[in-house]
Every structure is written in C-alpha cells, then in structure tokens.
Design a protein around this ligand. Structure first.
Ligand code: HEC
Length: 234
C-alpha cells in the first residue's frame, strides 16, 4: 500500500483497528472471568455472559443455604436447604440418596362426593383425574412435613409453644413416596434448541414410527411464548 492509498483509506484502517481492539478487550473480559467448573456437573453451562454467570453463582449460594426460622423456615419443614435433598456434600444438584430424609411423601384422598369415591380404589385408581382427588390443600398440602421448628430450635420459642410434626392423615387413601432426582444438567436440557427436538421427532416418525416420541408444546414461564417442552412435570 502506497502512502497515498493509506492516506485515502486511513479512516477505514482506523475503524478496523479500533473495532479489533474493542473485540479483543470484550473477548478477554469474557474469557478471563470464566468459572473453573463451567460446563461441568453442578457448574454453569458453557457460553454464559459474565452477568449470567454471576446470577448462576448467586442462585447456587441460595441452593446451598441452610435457612433459619428467622428467615422464614417452618413452622413445619423437611430440610433446611435445596442441596440437603438434591445432592451430597460437595455435590450440588445430585440425587437424594438418603431416602429417609431426602424423599417426600405425598398423599391425597378421593373427593367424598365424586362418583369414583363410591367404588373400591383398586377399580378406579387408573382413571382418577384431578377433580376426583383432594390434595389436602386447606390443611397444609399434599407433602408430609416431618420436622418442626419448635423441636429443632427450642431456644427460639417459649417452652409452652410446641408444634407437632405432621403425620399422614388417616383418611389419605393415596400415598406416593417421591424420590429427589438428580437435577444436574437441567440447564443443558433447557438449552437444547426447539428445532433439534422437533427434527429428532420427525426423524423418529420416518425411521421408527412405532417408537416415535412426540414433542409437547408448553408456555415458557419467562417469555410467555410456546416452546417444545422437555421436563417431566408440565
Ligand atoms: C425434602 C427434600 C427436598 C427439598 C428440600 C427440595 N427438594 Fe426438590 N425435589 C424433591 C423430590 C422428592 C422431588 C421429586 C418430586 C416428585 O417427583 O413429585 C423434587 C423435585 C425437584 C425438581 C424437579 C421437578 C420436575 O418437575 O421435574 C426440581 C427442579 C427441584 N426439586 C428443585 C428444588 C429446589 C430449587 C429446591 C430448593 C428451593 C428443592 N428442590 C428442595 C425433594 C426436595
């Protein structure tokens, strides 16, 4: 390039140089602050912005935090942190292995005046719908709460105040012991593109129509737009 052509295009050269320098700074800022466990189980998914990473670690702190009665724990409860049920020490988001403390017992009964309530449970259990079942919502809900703050934090309450931990109501005909599943990788599953799920389903229909799965559409809670849904509970 002669001096004359450089002079003619010098602005282009400056703009390119400044653009490149700005890109390098952003790249460095992004990558110098990458957390060590990025992309690992229990770590943030790859490719988050620094702000998203900050939020991830903030949320992880809350996931591990043991709540106290002063912070709203109780009066009845099962565990003091999410991590107590979903993970072992040093392992956030794993499976709840101690079934006696990490599982949840859910119970319900048939609505007394529902048609199916008149028949033996065995005959109708497969056909029970939400309308036939009462989840004890006006009496603390369907999950057994095994622990009480007055028993475990006696110093915080006058001795005459005693809250008994809950027991399964005698009229709870339906009981279901729920296992605390691994929730590692939920972010990875959430990040599978809708298009990939739909394409896979189409491929399955062509290749193995008898085994093909169908994607279900659900409303995304944050964007309020429909998405291919991917988790167990809808
Ligand atoms: C007392 C134990 C316990 C605690 C504490 C607990 N969980 Fe769970 N969690 C469970 C069990 C059991 C299930 C399975 C529920 C089912 O199958 O009905 C579950 C399910 C889940 C699921 C999967 C839900 C789905 O629809 O697939 C997520 C996500 C989850 N828990 C997150 C959390 C978070 C976040 C916290 C803290 C705010 C938390 N859990 C606290 C026991 C617990």
């Amino acid at each position: 390039m002669t001096f004359k052509t450089f002079f003619k295009y010098r602005f282009v050269v400056y703009v390119l140089a400044i653009g490149f320098a700005a890109y390098a700074v952003v790249w460095l800022l992004n990558n110098a602050t990458r957390p060590a466990d990025e992309g690992n189980f229990g770590g943030p998914i790859l490719g988050l912005t620094p702000e998203q990473n900050r939020k991830f670690f903030l949320a992880k702190t809350f996931f591990e935090k043991k709540f106290t009665p002063q912070e709203g724990l109780g009066p009845l409860f099962n565990e003091r942190s999410c991590a107590a049920c979903h993970g072992d020490p040093d392992e956030v988001g794993g499976e709840g292995r101690d079934l006696s403390s990490t599982s949840i017992m859910n119970f319900a009964r048939r609505v007394p005046n529902s048609e199916v309530a008149k028949k033996p449970l065995k005959e109708v259990i497969a056909t029970l719908g939400k309308r036939d079942v009462d989840f004890f919502l006006t009496q603390g809900g369907p999950s057994l709460q095994r622990r009480s703050v007055t028993t475990e934090f006696p110093d915080l309450y006058p001795s005459e105040v005693q809250i008994d931990f809950e027991q399964i109501p005698i009229d709870a005909e339906l009981q279901s012991n729920r296992h605390a599943q691994i929730i590692w990788g939920a972010g990875l599953i959430d990040n599978i593109a809708d298009g990939d799920i739909i394409n896979n389903a189409l491929k399955e229909v062509q290749e193995h129509p008898d085994l093909a799965g169908r994607p279900i559409s659900a409303i995304d809670r944050f964007t309020e737009l429909p998405r291919a849904s991917r988790f167990g509970w809808k």
